[in-house]
Design a binder for this molecule. Structure first.
Ligand code: B12
Length: 222
């Protein structure tokens, strides 16, 4: 497995990530679950697992899929198992001291890639924010309603597919045109914003985070 591009970097967690991916590609989600829960028991933090194991293995699965080395079924299996294992880490996530700030976290309409936004939301939860994670493919009107109901300070929007960037811009316009969303700070992230410099400014966002760790420091500054 040493030739895996996302997992062969000089990272102290590469071995764990390789074992995790090997278990999932072998159809052994029980082994994959044990690897993660055992690492947490040994002191690895949820943030370390998210960024060094789950994020890297998901990106590696994407590379393998793109190069015809895994099937769509294998990708779906790995993604579903990773989400199942993330849920098992929630006792460690939902027990931090509250800081009195609220974020609504969503994917833009049409967007099905939801793990990135979920990770970001979980990082906020770990930092004591009250999070309202909506997930994939949410229409703008529902997002505006959620901002009002949750009295959100920040709205996080995720887009992975370039084609969805226009919908991000429209969503931000709709949010700022609403009574509840006029003063909400908007944080965006995802593949198009990583690969195209200053795209976040063009869609009218207040900030862009490259990953979940950067998202936290930015939101605290907003
Ligand atoms: C799993 C997966 C899917 C699943 C998603 C299921 C789910 N429940 O999420 C399914 C099967 C649905 C899917 C579908 C498609 N996919 Co897909 N998919 C992936 C894969 C393998 C993993 C995605 C993932 O979980 N990444 C891990 C997360 C943690 O990383 P992340 O999203 O980048 O998030 C981090 C940062 O970006 C940032 N961030 C993200 N959002 C936000 C938001 C805010 C506010 C902030 C601050 C930060 C932030 O922080 C996150 C955490 O650190 C990727 C490979 C890859 N490189 O990511 C391809 C990939 C994204 N998919 C791709 C493609 C092409 C597609 C399809 C078009 C395929 C098709 N022909 O149907 C469809 C499009 C569906 C749609 N309408 O959205 C391409 C996209 C290329 C591009 N951008 O142009 C990729 C890169 C695969 C590849 N190598 O080609 N996919």
């Amino acid at each position: 497995m040493n030739d895996y591009s996302y997992l062969s970097v000089d990272n102290p967690y590469s071995h764990l990530a390789q074992q995790f991916l090997k278990a999932l590609l072998g159809g052994q989600r029980d082994t994959a679950t044990w690897l993660i829960l055992d690492s947490v028991e040994r002191g690895m933090t949820v943030k370390e697992i998210y960024l060094n194991v789950f994020q890297n293995t998901q990106r590696e699965i994407g590379r393998l899929w793109e190069t015809n080395q895994v099937t769509v079924a294998q990708e779906h299996y790995c993604t579903a198992a990773t989400q199942m294992i993330m849920a098992q880490l929630y006792p460690y996530i939902f027990n931090t001291t509250r800081v009195g700030k609220r974020i609504v976290a969503t994917c833009v309409s049409g967007e099905l890639h939801e793990i990135g936004m979920r990770m970001v939301a979980d990082f906020f939860e770990l930092e004591g924010w009250d999070t309202y994670y909506i997930g994939s493919n949410t229409p703008a009107s529902s997002i505006v309603a959620a901002i009002e109901e949750r009295e959100a300070d920040v709205l996080g929007i995720s887009a992975t597919i370039h084609f969805h960037v226009g919908a991000v811009k429209k969503l931000i316009e709709a949010v700022h045109a609403s009574d509840a969303g006029r003063d909400v700070k908007v944080l965006v992230g995802g593949y198009p914003f990583i690969t195209t410099e200053n795209l976040w400014q063009k869609v009218g966002a207040d900030a862009f985070g490259r990953d979940a760790a950067e998202a936290i420091s930015l939101a605290n500054e907003l």
